[in-house]
Write a protein that binds this ligand. Structure first.
Ligand SMILES: Nc1nc2c(c(=O)[nH]1)N[C@H]1C(S)=C(S)[C@@H](COP(=O)(O)O)O[C@H]1N2
Ligand SMILES: [Mo]
Length: 242
């Protein structure tokens, strides 16, 4: 099932984290680790994990960092952005499109959301504090038009995308994060600005966030093109009646 020469359709940069192609042997080693995996229920792992496992050249970091995060990127290298070069645009179906610098985002009211970060691969980091601007504040500042029903996120890695319904986007636990554990979000963790959609699997939390676009309907994101659910609720988090 793995590495049967699957074309890299939708995988713009079929290379490992170091920019080198990930060979079959390494992929098998990773799958071995995945099979030994933990926490997430078997249904989730077989449903979602295998999708990603089949994309044999997209390699998550095998070794967790000291907090337990495993670096993930669908491209081999991501440009670094700082206070001088970083920009976040808010546009689409809004009355007042805007572009924010890092300093401008930092000057807005900041909210801390604490929640477990849970990857579908079977790892999680408990109670991660992410601090930043509530997504709904940026949407309100932009003035969502009546036709707006969803939000699409794009990233300066040039490849990843995600989306939420407007209702999900307006929740008080969805934050455009500038800080993590009360430090600036590091590059490897998606800094200087990443999304944190606390009640959903971590794939919904786009790293290296560069664009927020209000759309008329949900446009599925990167992993969703491979079968991941668009509504990526964590177990028990799905709103009643949703
Ligand atoms: N831009 C971008 N965002 C992304 C991803 C990615 O590959 N690119 N991977 C997602 C997945 S599947 C997970 S589990 C987390 C990983 O975050 P980390 O690298 O900080 O551990 O980021 C999510 N956001
Ligand atoms: Mo993930």
């Amino acid at each position: 099932m793995i590495d049967k020469g699957m074309p890299a359709a939708g995988v713009p940069d079929a290379a490992g984290p170091a920019g080198r192609p990930v060979g079959r042997r390494i992929v098998l080693a990773m799958l071995g680790l995945g099979a030994a995996g933990v926490a997430v229920g078997p249904a989730v792992r077989s449903g979602l994990g295998e999708v990603r496992a089949a994309l044999s050249r997209v390699a998550p970091a095998v070794v967790p960092d000291d907090r337990g995060f495993r670096y993930f990127s669908v491209v081999g290298s991501v440009p670094r952005k700082d206070a001088t070069t970083y920009r976040l645009t808010v546009g689409g179906l809004v009355d007042r499109p805007a572009t924010y610098t890092l300093d401008q985002l930092a000057a807005l009211p900041q909210t801390t959301v604490v929640h477990d970060a849970v990857c579908t691969d079977g790892w999680q980091v408990d109670a991660v504090p992410f601090t930043g601007v509530l997504l709904r504040d940026l949407l309100d500042a932009a003035g969502v038009r009546d036709e707006g029903a969803a939000v699409r996120f794009t990233c300066f890695d040039g490849a990843y995308s995600e989306s939420l319904t407007l209702e999900q986007a307006r929740r008080s636990d969805v934050v455009v994060a500038l800080r993590m554990f009360d430090e600036p979000v590091p590059h490897d963790s998606g800094g200087p600005v990443r999304l944190f959609v606390a009640p959903m699997y971590f794939y919904k939390s786009a790293k290296w966030l560069s664009g927020i676009e209000v759309t008329s309907q949900v446009q599925q994101g990167y992993w969703e093109d491979y079968g991941y659910p668009v509504d990526g609720w964590l177990p028990g988090e799905e709103p009643v009646g949703a």
